[in-house]
Ligand binder design. Structure first.
Ligand SMILES: [Zn+2]
Length: 400
């Protein structure tokens, strides 16, 4: 099978390999799919295929081009990742001058970019922890265009991979459009995106789309056991939770991922058992950590999984298909006081909060509304008298 470093997506890899070997590659590609299915990995392998010493064709993986492209250190292959434009924290010497401030911002941004690129150089299936402020600026696109407009130094073809191209603003999208309309020299542009509807139609119409669906659970499980030495039982569990996104499984298995899962469980227990004041404190602390790093959406995803488990337990009592089998004892205790309707209403509330936060709702307020709704639906004797009341259903106002 073509591109044997790639997991799943057999049809898409074959189509690209045919284009490489028959010398009919497009100038622009858009690799689009849910986050974590391997769009960046495929882009890097395609760059290897066109520049491999033994090619163009299946990348050998060992020649100087393949090795340097995979390490993201090849002079003819440029990979651009979005980076935050947020200013660095103020130093002890007081507010910096405007010049120093913009310089510091530039350095911090470049450091962040290098950190994100290093993750992909280390593992092209790594999950990139992109936040709201990580964007592709017009300067990023212009400098990419400058780098890409010269002849290849060593390889056959210049390749520019723009990661998360759906994070361009209007100015950068227009700059990219110019590059797509008149691609300099031998440049091949590969855009990766999770939400193609966020790209300008004029950009979409100039790229050949390659749609990358979710991987099968079996593919994720096999990748985890074969490439990451995960034990089969654990691999099966994380593959089931990942919903076909390998990067999601990898990030969930990391230390930080496990911590977020614990936090979601702590929140669930708090909603059910803690005095209101503790619950409010927990909401405040979650909102505060979200300001440092966008964690709340992840925690809500885990909370949703826990509610799925509660649903399974309250509807069937069957624990063999739980997402968190290691927590089946406390989950069973929580589920015992809940009706299926309680759990369903909880799921609806979490999904609503999740949507609101994705649409820029005020995080702390959205969380507060959510935990109060979940408390009404916790099904314990204490909440029964308020249970018949209609749950508040307004969406918190957008942040300014
Ligand atoms: Zn090679």
């Amino acid at each position: 099978m073509a591109f044997d470093r790639i997991i799943g997506h057999d049809r898409q890899r074959q189509r690209l390999m045919d284009a490489v070997t028959q010398n009919r590659l497009a100038h622009g590609y858009l690799f689009c799919g849910p986050p974590g299915v391997g769009a960046e990995a495929l882009a890097i392998e395609l760059a290897c295929a066109v520049n491999c010493e033994s090619g163009p064709g299946e990348p050998c993986g060992t020649c100087r081009h393949c090795r340097r492209i995979r390490a993201l250190q090849h002079p003819d292959v440029h990979l651009l990742v979005p980076a935050s434009s947020a200013p660095p924290p103020e130093g002890p010497a007081g507010p910096p001058s405007r010049n120093r401030e913009s310089q510091g911002r530039g350095n911090a941004r470049e450091e962040r970019r290098q950190g994100l690129s290093a993750l992909l150089a280390d593992d092209p299936y790594a999950a990139l922890p992109l936040g709201k402020n990580d964007i592709l600026s017009v300067d990023d696109i212009r400098s990419l265009r400058r780098d890409a407009s010269v002849k290849p130094y060593e390889g056959r073809k210049k390749v520019a991979v723009i990661v998360a191209a759906d994070r361009m603003n209007t100015a950068s999208a227009n700059a990219l459009l110019k590059t797509l309309e008149e691609p300099p020299g031998t440049l091949m542009l590969i855009l990766t995106a999770t939400r193609s509807q966020r790209l300008l139609p004029t950009i979409l119409s100039r790229c050949q789309p390659v749609s990358l669906p979710r991987l099968s659970e079996a593919d994720v499980k096999a990748a985890l056991t074969d490439r990451y030495d995960v034990q089969p039982d654990e691999a099966e569990l994380f593959a089931r939770r990942s919903e076909g996104r390998l990067a999601e499984a990898l990030s969930a298995m990391s230390e930080g991922g496990l911590r977020l899962r614990d936090e979601a469980f702590a929140l669930l227990e708090c909603i059910h058992d803690a005095p209101p004041l503790r619950l409010f404190e927990q909401v405040e602390s979650l909102a505060a950590s979200h300001r440092e790093e966008p964690v709340v959406e992840k925690i809500l995803d885990h909370l949703l999984e826990l509610y799925r488990d509660l649903f399974i337990l309250s509807a069937t009592g069957d624990s063999s298909i739980l997402s968190s089998p290691e927590r089946q004892v406390p989950l069973r205790a929580l589920a015992s006081g809940m009706s299926v309707l309680d759990v369903e209403q909880g799921v609806a509330a979490i999904e609503e909060a999740r949507r609101g936060i994705a649409l820029n709702a005020h995080v702390q307020l959205a969380l507060l509304v959510l935990v109060l709704r979940l408390r009404l639906n916790r099904g314990s004797a204490g909440s029964r008298e308020t249970h018949s009341r209609a749950a508040p259903s307004h969406t918190p106002p957008a942040a300014d």
